[in-house]
Design a protein around this ligand. Sequence first.
Ligand code: MSP
Length: 650
Amino acid sequence: MEKKSFYITTPIYYPSDKLHIGHTYCTVATDAIARYKRMRGYDVMFLTGTDEHGQKIEEKAKEAGVSPQAFVDRIVTGEKGVKDLWKLMNISNDRFIRTTDDYHVASIQRIFRRMYEKGDIYKGAYKGKYCTPCESFWTESQLVDGKCPDCGREVHDAEEEAYFFRLSKYAKPVQELLESGTFLEPASRVNEMINNFIKPGLEDLCVSRTSFSWGVPVDFDPGHVVYVWVDALSNYITALGYLNDKYDDYARYWPADVHIVGKEIVRFHSIIWPAMLMSLGEPLPKKVYGHGWLVINGGKMSKSKGNVVDPYVLADMFGVDALRFFLLRTFPFGSDGNFSNELLISTINTDLANDLGNLVSRTTAMVEKYFGGKLIAEREEADGDAELIALTAKVRAAYAEQMDAFQLHLALEEVFSLIQRANKYIDETAPWVLARDESKKPRLASVMYNLLESLRVALVLLTPFMPETVGKALSQIGADESERSWDSTERFGVLPAEVQVHRGETLFPRLDMAKALAELEEREKAANGPQIKVEPVLPEVSIDDFARSDLRVCKVLKCEAVKKSKKLLRFELDDGTGTPRQILSGIHEFYEPEALVGKTVVAIVNLPPRKMMGLESCGMLLSAVREVDGKEELHLLMLDDSVPAGAKLC
Ligand code: MSP
């Protein structure tokens, strides 16, 4: 029988900075759902990727002094970049799209043209506030105190030619879509969309810009680049081969079963995206699920607040699976969740070390101790077994229901109710008492078997969340491949009667809260390194301009503090001309004058002379300056003493 398809996506990430734990949360959640659906026998397509165009990226690249493509390449494919992070987190995406991929760019041009030819895109004028020095358009609401948010200078009214998408035309069908069935979940987000965006009136959307160039060019009107959200949203279909030859899966997977997105981008996915698809005459996705944010002390994580949490540090210290589990067990998927290191450590201790880890280690230890690792075939059932067996079946069904509704934390809650019940079953049956009496061996074997079986079912259900560790635990309890599938959990009693366990390493060691917190702080500090403020690269100068600066090597003949000045040092330098040169330099707070005598330094010698504290300075010494952790550091440029005075720098 042909498998049913299931197409699931995450948002494609802006590679403007390194990804943090909030981004990781979304992708890990999507991964758990995708793995669950595969386990249920679906033909899954799980797509993720990066959204690489737009003004923000163009500006960041400029600041870094590299091309936008080089800039995004570093963050997407470079060390500890987006792709590395998903590999580390064991993300099982089937495809990874970059919006700079040629096939996607070509599709976007065709999509834009299609909507234009249909009459849904028309040319108009984009009105806004313009900052001339920054060459940037701003909307009224983006201004800070009526001024440019980037440079703080005056802005003026301006217009630029732009294309618009007739979003207003689709207001009614989009509203109907939002109100019908379960297109947008959680349901609370539907009213938010209708009240905040549809009811006030949907305006046509500006879908091209001419004031920057890092985007997909409109092929029939070069100079215009396609609005980044039109480019980005379309990734969900271009990655299947829509209007391109790269892939051929559109018929197989579209419409998507679910787009998993963060709450702030629900608007784009539940209003603009369906309207675009209506315009293209394509089927609509079946569902958009808007999850909440991970927040810190109630506020959003952001680089400027300095509170972003690095997933690499956490995964390295606690293990990938513990981190995946924590994210999905702790926070209800549809709402915001307050992230803290304490919560992470206590969840690992309570659920993983105490409940799950203990159940695995106690059970396998007892089978080893009482049966040499291999159970005997004779069994003796007793009262109390039926309850555990019935609970196992109930949990499996409830888990499936919650997973199908993307209530990941509730699905885990179910599994843990079984794990806790199994731990209690140990206390109730007291195997150590049964073990004292040889005639109770069949009963003891039965208790052990029931534990292994309920544990096996719990572990299979945990596989989408902690694939690696669960695999190890299933090996410890002696489950082979055929005893790890979803179908194998339908019935209690699948493990062979004489199952062989292999006690192994402790899966989740218990953590000491204070020690773990202190170590984490150290690791975070080490990972961040010193915060060095990097100045943006200045605009280009010609080689001739540069060559007009006369930079030469000088030897320090004399150096002394200038009287009544805290900062100035007076240098007498041999610049190779035979006449000593006097230069004043404000570096006393970094150097004692005596230490500099005899050093080989570099000066620019053709600056106009300048008077300071009554003394003439004929040039300037070169230093390397940077801001580290908010404090200025200065290093006078010094060369090897073998370089002679008067040598020119070029
Ligand atoms: N590029 C767009 C998406 C285009 S989809 C066609 C974008 N990128 S993003 O990198 O800024 O964000 C990607 C996803 O990460 C969003 O769904 C966003 O909600 C999510 N998160 C970013 N910070 C988050 C938290 N602190 N917590 C949870 N998710 C968060 O938006």
